[in-house]
Design a protein around this ligand. Structure first.
Ligand code: NAD
Length: 366
């Protein structure tokens, strides 16, 4: 395998036929420019009555970013995993205030609520993300009813514009930065074997891995580094585009099942599961191991991924996040039902047990 910084051999190889769809979205990126860019985008799409969705924590920020708008209704009832009653309440508020554009300010939970309102109302969204989850770059929605989270794809939920401002993520504590960043990293890695994997989303994913790994590693040692936060945000966007283009692969399917059935925290589950799914799938994913290793600045993809997870002190053991050992057989059964038919390897019960056991115990898959 080549040295990380060695010149790459230029060669060609046969490409399989593929289809790719690029989703239309404007991205405005710049530190310290959120207010100006937000105003620009809302004006561009003709928004006159804004509904600003932000959690109570982000209310002050939302007020500041929207202070130049003539009409703003602030909606602060943001709850993780987008419960259906919270969606109904927000949708009613949008109707009563005659909203014509939704502005979401916050992490995946605020973006998720904006998407759920857009799903039934068709209202356009301008998203201002403050974490590295990446939901703003996808057309994927999720709504929870009882203990069941339903997800789907719909063009109406794709934000029309994204306003990225790394200054807004400076307040995100290192632990939350790493957790949401590992979620974004998982979007990139899973994209290599997801159902609609193709060379275009692989290129986006590889650059997403490189920028996320560099950005997150720097955030851990220098949390106030604006350059590190910018890299992490750029990687976040690339990861979201790769995920929405390639679809959910084995990794996301397992995480979704575990999160829904056992109430495990979203980002920590991604971080714990990722190296185990990667170790299982990479031997059968043509060329992916080399590209991931290169993007992570290592010789071996799994070794480099494990090293990054250690460097970031990222979550690793599901046993620490609420999964009980006696729940593992049920988790394995549920996860087996969700395996995509396109996965490059057939997954036996023993394979899935090894993946989930490894993540439960927090082992390295070496
Ligand atoms: P989140 O939005 O719940 O935010 C996590 C915590 O960080 C919250 O307590 C929030 O108040 C706080 N926070 C947010 N921004 C902050 C900042 N700048 N400074 C300090 N604290 C801040 O979680 P998340 O990790 O952003 O997103 C996870 C959710 O997003 C999950 O529900 C997941 O399913 C969803 N998601 C969806 C997609 C998609 O494509 N639909 C993609 C990725 C994630």
């Amino acid at each position: 395998m080549s040295e990380p910084n060695a010149p790459q051999e230029l060669s060609v190889r046969k490409l399989e036929a593929f289809q790719h769809e690029t989703l239309g979205q404007r991205v405005l990126f710049g530190s310290g420019t959120a207010q100006e860019h937000l105003y620009q985008e809302v004006s561009r799409i003709g928004g006159a009555r804004v509904m600003a969705i932000a959690s109570r924590r982000d209310h002050g920020l939302a007020v500041r970013l929207t202070e130049t708008f003539p009409s703003v209704h602030h909606h602060n009832e943001v709850v993780p995993h987008v419960p259906v009653d919270v969606v109904d309440q927000a949708t009613l508020a949008a109707t009563q205030t005659n909203t014509d554009v939704i502005v979401s300010i916050g992490g995946g939970s605020a973006t998720g609520l904006a998407k759920a309102v857009a799903l039934s109302s068709g209202l356009p969204i301008v998203a201002v993300p403050t974490t590295y989850a990446g939901s703003e770059a996808t057309n994927i929605w999720g709504i929870t009813s009882g203990s069941r989270k339903t997800t789907g794809n719909d063009p109406r939920v794709l934000p029309v514009s994204i306003v990225y401002d790394a200054q807004l993520t400076l307040s995100l504590p290192v632990g939350l930065s790493v957790a949401s960043g590992m979620n974004a990293l998982a979007h990139c890695i899973d994209a290599f074997w997801a159902p609609r994997a193709n060379p275009i989303n692989a290129a986006l994913a590889a650059e997403g891995i490189r920028t996320l790994a560099a950005g997150l590693a720097e955030i851990v040692v220098a949390p106030n580094s604006i350059e590190a936060r910018e890299f992490a945000l750029l990687g976040t966007y690339l990861a979201g585009v790769a995920l929405t283009s390639a679809g959910s692969g084995l990794h996301h399917k397992i995480c979704h099942v575990l999160g829904g059935a056992f109430g495990l925290p979203h980002a920590a589950t991604h971080s714990a599961i990722l190296p185990h799914v990667a170790a299982f799938n990479l031997p059968a994913s043509d060329g992916a191991a080399e590209r991931i290793a290169l993007a992570l600045g290592g010789h071996d993809a799994i070794e480099a991924l494990v090293r990054l997870r250690n460097t970031l002190y990222a979550p690793r053991a599901l046993s620490e996040y609420g999964l009980l050992e006696e729940q593992i057989p049920q988790a394995v059964s549920l996860a087996l039902e969700a395996v995509p038919t396109s996965n490059p390897r057939v997954v036996s019960r023993a394979d899935m047990t090894q993946i989930i056991m490894g993540a439960w115990a927090g082992k390295d898959p070496l």
